[in-house]
Design a binder for this molecule. Structure first.
Ligand SMILES: *Cc1c(COP(=O)(O)O)cnc(C)c1O
Length: 383
């Protein structure tokens, strides 16, 4: 072995252990909190030894009716297109979304995977290292995770006891470093909305305002989407994952002033919506019957669950504008409730991974009438 080779080997052995490289990780990533997702049916089946056919999955706010038949047919028919790149900006889908929302095409974009990629894009665009984003909690946790990964600091501001946002606290939290205020409406996991008046007040605070309307189709209140034509700093995020029943296809979209859309498209990876996903989304938009049926199922189901929980269980549910409700199971804790329901084959979500909601709250996705009845039967026995 010649000397130079020997030297190389030494360098290699010192530098190939994982500690060496872990120290070289982007320092912001080391402190990123973990996203706690709802478990899949397969995970639950193996952990609890349950019959997969009997499982009712109500932990991730998926559409209990599944995707529209038109979507399924169009995915099958277009399977061969899987070998082709889509158009980089999902132009055909943008055209359809422009019709769907009534906004001009330059104020609409689609992106994947899911609306999560739009949240990443927002943070990339506005919230650099040392900047701050405001997150009223409890709420969807990915805003803070995504901001931290880019070196920004999420500032978590508590909501009021009815989970409405606290405008005074938000205003107090704003500093010259604040770049984005994240507001989810209807809010996940609590189900309440933010009023248009509050939103217009938030829009005057000199920050970008991101309105997450993942559940807006289920709301009894109108969408805030038209505000993107009135303000230069409002961005509305939407998704095909919930009302359209396409969670597995991972398609989100955003409405915003044209200059923001243009910048977002430049920071999100090109071709982020897959060829088949774009085809599926366009088919979903063409099936308004399925959409309406999904909305009706959620609205009727949540009323049913709320009335039954109030009259037949000792627990308290909160009003909701989403396809889910939260239930306070005090004096029991949420883990006990989740476990009890799991043994009956019903998967719901404990809210203890959300900030500022405590240890006694579960979130239940609204199912079909049959599923909802099973939830009530099980909750009645949970005493
Ligand atoms: C489900 C959800 C999203 C994101 O969904 P994608 O599947 O990534 O489009 C965004 N915000 C909230 C509040 C959600 O519940």
């Amino acid at each position: 072995m010649n000397p130079s080779q020997n030297k190389d080997e030494n360098i290699k052995s010192e530098n190939t252990n994982s500690e060496f490289f872990q120290k070289r990780m982007n320092k912001f990533i080391a402190s990123v909190p973990e996203y706690v997702p709802g478990k899949s049916t397969a995970q639950i089946v193996s952990e609890y030894g349950l019959d997969p056919k009997k499982i009712i999955k109500l932990n991730s706010n998926e559409n209990p009716l599944g995707p529209s038949k038109k979507v399924q047919k169009s995915i099958q028919k277009n399977a061969k297109a899987a070998s082709l790149y889509p158009i980089a900006d999902a132009s055909d889908l943008r055209t359809e979304l422009s019709k769907h929302t009534g906004l001009p095409k330059e104020k609409i974009m689609a992106a994947g995977p899911g609306m999560d990629s739009i949240i990443d894009g927002m943070n990339k665009l506005f919230a650099g290292p040392g900047d701050e984003v405001i997150v009223p909690v409890p709420t969807f946790t990915y805003y803070g995770i995504s901001a931290s990964a880019g070196g920004a600091n999420p500032i978590y501001v508590g909501r009021k006891s009815d989970y409405s946002i606290d405008l005074d606290k938000i205003k107090e939290a704003i500093t010259p470093k604040t770049k984005i205020i994240y507001v989810c409406t209807p809010n996940n996991p609590t189900g309440n909305i933010v009023t248009a008046a509050d939103v217009e007040e938030l829009a005057q605070l000199g920050c970008i305002l991101f309105l997450d309307e993942a559940y807006v189709e289920f709301s009894d209140f109108p969408s805030l989407l038209p505000l993107v034509e009135k303000y230069e700093n409002i961005v509305v995020g939407r998704t095909f994952s919930k009302a359209f029943g396409l969670a597995g296809m991972r398609i989100g979209y955003a409405a915003a002033p044209a200059w923001i859309i243009q910048k977002l498209l430049s920071v999100i990876p090109p071709f982020s919506v897959s060829t088949i996903s774009e085809i599926a989304a366009i088919a979903a938009l063409s099936d308004s019957k399925h959409l309406q049926k999904s909305i009706k199922t959620a609205k009727e189901g949540r009323q049913f669950l709320q009335e039954e929980i109030a009259s037949k269980t000792p627990y308290k549910s909160y009003p909701s504008n989403g396809n889910f409700i939260i239930v306070d199971v005090s004096p029991k804790n949420s883990k006990e409730a989740v476990d009890f329901l799991l043994k009956k084959g019903i998967i719901v979500r404990s809210c203890d991974s959300f900030d500022n909601i405590g240890k006694n709250t579960i979130r239940i996705t609204i199912g079909t009438r049959k599923m909802n009845q099973k939830v009530i039967d099980a909750l009645k026995q949970f005493q």
